[in-house]
Design a protein around this ligand. Structure first.
Ligand code: SF4
Length: 387
């Protein structure tokens, strides 16, 4: 059974909202150096053109914050209003300073205030509590600025960068990842800052899935409903990277989890967006385009499925939300076209039947006219829009 989407808090990232019943947002991260303002602007333009809704960039030093201001100014000039997220590691002061210039800050609880020196050491409960107090002290000025500038925050836990403290107590585990995020969440909540999104990324899809599930359980038990940012980190490139991301992100979406996604590919950042859209469309989490259902073809097929599918797609792929089935034969086609709105089904050599839902509405159309007839049918049903 399909799971209902988890009810989460709404988080504002500039003018954009995520969580609740907002559409599941797509985001990416610039590969350009933040100090190369021109390259960043060109990349932002490409991401904006393909529909990336949130753009993250790395902020490793104070100079990057200055560049960020120039990037913001230029974006305003050219009319791109996408929220920017500053990605911070190892330097709490940068996170504090950058709040004024971005819509969201991402911190990694593994290295925000904790040590990451791969040291082995046992902590007594008292020492552990002391460490948490030290962390809270470092977080307080960040909370002040997040509130002051209306900024959102992502607590972005990564499997590969858990702190020494967490590693010593919980090991390199999903439980460790969850505890790492929960410690921070409790501090933010105690200090009345709730404009927070969470992520639990790992390069291993199974660890990633397990960690998000565990985090949700833990949050539920503490009555927390923060939205989730889903991603398989360092997924790689090409087919493998896409499948790994689809397995990790898609599984959780099917379970009703996830409010924003990022597909991490070792490719130009704009390549991530079409993959993210396909994952959302395949899980019916968010619809961007026409949904095509087509059989693989077999010995019963009455027409060239590959060519016909291409022709049909070229004329109808702009019909967002409509489902069109293209099936090679009448024997199995009607039954297997699932919940398609329209069916284009081989009826015999050179003949096509057209379906509206499960009803055959036009029979034995010569195949050379069938695509035009399909378009007429879509128009008759009031579902056509001009490209
Ligand atoms: Fe073969 Fe017909 Fe099934 Fe297509 S729908 S795979 S042509 S049996």
């Amino acid at each position: 059974m399909l799971k209902k989407r988890r009810n989460t808090n709404i988080v504002s990232i500039g003018d954009l909202r995520i969580g609740g019943n907002q559409p599941i947002r797509i985001q990416s991260m610039l590969t350009s150096e933040t100090t190369n303002v021109d390259a960043c602007i060109q990349e932002i333009k490409r991401l904006d053109a393909v529909g990336c809704e949130i753009i993250r960039l790395t902020v490793p030093n104070q100079k990057s914050i200055e560049s960020l201001c120039l990037i913001k100014q230029e974006m305003k000039k050219i009319g791109i209003n996408r929220p920017l997220v500053a990605d911070i590691h190892f330097n709490p002061q940068l996170a504090i300073n950058v709040c004024e210039f971005v819509e969201k800050v991402r911190i990694n609880p593994g290295n925000f205030a904790d040590q990451k020196k791969f040291k082995k050491r046992e902590y007594t409960d008292l020492e552990y509590e002391d460490e948490l107090e030290k962390i809270e002290k470092k977080i307080l000025p960040l909370i002040k600025n997040l509130k002051k500038y209306g900024c959102a925050l992502r607590i972005g836990t990564n499997h590969g960068s858990l702190s020494d403290r967490i590693m010593n107590r919980f090991g390199d585990t999903s439980i460790g990842m969850v505890e790492s995020a929960m410690e921070y969440l409790r501090i933010f909540r105690k200090n009345k800052f709730n404009n927070i999104v969470l992520s639990m990324k790992a390069s291993n899809s199974l660890v990633m899935i397990d960690s998000y599930r565990l985090l949700v359980k833990k949050m539920d038990s503490e009555k927390m409903f923060f939205p989730l940012h889903l991603g398989v980190t360092e997924a790689g490139s090409g087919l493998d990277g896409r499948i790994k991301s689809a397995v990790g992100i898609g599984t959780l979406l099917c379970e009703g989890l996830g409010d924003t996604i990022r597909v991490s590919l070792t490719e130009p950042s704009e390549e991530e967006i079409s993959v993210a859209k396909s994952i959302l469309q395949s899980t019916r989490s968010r619809i961007f385009k026409t949904d095509f259902i087509s059989c693989p073809s077999c010995g019963r097929t009455y027409f060239d499925l590959e060519r016909t599918s291409k022709d049909i797609k070229s004329k109808t792929s702009h019909l967002k939300g409509i489902k069109i089935a293209i099936m090679g034969c009448i024997v199995n086609g009607p039954g297997e076209m699932a919940d398609a709105d329209f069916g284009y089904i081989g009826a015999g050599p050179g003949k096509v039947n057209l379906f509206y839902g499960k009803t055959c509405v036009k029979k034995n159309i010569p195949s050379e006219n069938a695509l035009d007839e399909l378009i007429v049918l879509i128009k008759e049903k009031g579902m056509w829009i001009n490209p």
